[in-house]
Design a protein around this ligand. Sequence first.
Ligand code: KIV
Length: 258
Amino acid sequence: MGPMKPALASLCAMKSRGEKIAMLTAYDFPTARLLEEAGIDILLVGDSLGMVVLGYPDTTQVTMEEMLHHTRAVARGAAETLILADLPIHSYDTPEQAVSNARRLLEAGADAVKLEGGASHTPQIRALAEAGLPVMAHIGMMPQSVRIEGGYRVKGKTPEQAKQLVADAQAVEAAGAFGLLLELVVPEVAAEITRAISIPTIGIGSGVQCDGQVLVLHDLIGLFPWFTPKFATPTAHLGEEIRAAARAYLRETKSPSA
Ligand code: KIV
């Protein structure tokens, strides 16, 4: 584990001065290097890699070994950028397990970890923070619960849900989280949470008033063309480019022009 990158310490200051935080997922060396060269603030080695890289139906099969493997690759490509790695499902069921697995991710090159949960996970968050392991919490739609919940649903639609989300946000801040990811949270509720806490909020499908935004890179660049979430607008179409390049190669190989 190396010294804390300055970027981690500056996130709260970015929030205070209203400078938005840009986060994208990265799962491999060349992508991490390209995103660092582009100046992205935070690279997330998300367990979304289970779907967009490994071909699983959701994130519930992703293992620690897979997260470690991809975190190492990203760390080799982005020495200067803050790297956040997801703790996969069942790797943080207890505070002790959370600390031991977070250490492994930091040894693999991450600077911080993310776990899914709010007030229910304050013992894990407190243990990580007390051990000096920076942790971001993730509330709203929590993809590791997709099977239990039966789908990806917007959160915060009822006053009770909205109240619970604000309470979760305050609880994770008090427990020592350095940031909070809000996934598929009603934008007005995400804005209320952003005002209610002093740590930065990073939103996905949660409106523009969060302190920053995150996207799964494949949704931004059209590299997983079989499914694009409603809130993502691809600004490149790399899936199409790959098909076109492969077809051109195929034609040239089968019938060489020279
Ligand atoms: O795993 C991931 O990529 C995430 C995003 C949905 C933010 O947690």
